[in-house]
Design a protein around this ligand. Sequence first.
Ligand code: AMP
Ligand code: MG
Length: 349
Amino acid sequence: MVPAHPFRASLLLVCLLLKAGCSQPENPAQHRQFFALGTLIDLTIYGSDTTTAGLAATELEQLFTRLHSDWHAWQPGTLQETNRRLAMLETFPADTDLLPLLRESNRLSRLSNGLFNPVIGELVALWGFHSDARPDGPPPGDDRIQALVSQAPSVTDITLQDGQLQNRNPAVRYDLGGVAKGFAVDRGIELLQTHGIDNAILNAGGDLRAIGRHGGRPWRIGIRDPRGTGVLASIELDGGESVFTSGDYERFFDHEGTRYHHIIDPRTGYPADAVTSVTVIHPDATTADVAATALFVAGPELWESIARQLGIRYVMLVDHAGTIHMNPAMQQRVRFDNAPAAIRLSKPL
Ligand code: AMP
Ligand code: MG
């Protein structure tokens, strides 16, 4: 066997750390990076001509910038106006751009038994995870948390019929932070496809959807180690799949030795604390995004049943001891950089 060229080897490592497929020097890959939806968007297009790729990338950037302002729960925009009217228990026509995202969020929330709950905006705000600013302690008082939990805002409080929104629970407030990125990535991939682009990877801060291949090989991506700065494992994607990870390292603050992070268990009102990260592979990014958040809340005891309800076929959870929980099909696909502390395999999903 010919040993890997050292430059190639280090390039691959950089690619893995970026969690994106990367071009080999001679490969016709084109890149675009910009900030939107609170994260770095990194687009790689493979094998298209420069004009097509450039035009598609510019349209994609415009689309993401528009979605960013529409979906912001705490800046003036469509979602803020929707939340204002929901709080007044009015019946009103949903914004037509927002409607598909609300419908999909509500549907997936039901399938997750409410563990993915897009209407706990008040709780997210109480914890301070609703702003672009770095979150800070101390944690909110337990009485305020319990007051919101006892109002149990749920998508079952909302009726969405003929484009009209009706809400029965004054505590309902949409926060789409757990699904918006996935939904945007799906819309972004559709846009690329309308430009005739068949091979691309759209990476939104480490969460991504790939289509086609990277020339002669599948796209290869890395999954971040939740307790390190490097890569935990890598996965090959062939023929169009999304990989989304929810982790407690993404947005958090530390207070008196305890970490409080941004994924809230709607049943308790506190950050879900059973695992440190959850990775899901699924064809569409919206479902993958929702599932990663829902299965993070579900934890080692509940994830299998919720994954089945959501129709997910590949899941990997990392718990605080570094134990990997996953299904056999996922085990077939992940390549660990270092052997994990322990592996707990579930039954097939
Ligand atoms: P993600 O990084 O996709 O897991 O999404 C986390 C974001 O979703 C948080 O920053 C909140 O805006 C929101 N969120 C927190 N907890 C939940 C939950 N249980 N269900 C739905 N969205 C949530
Ligand atoms: Mg999510």
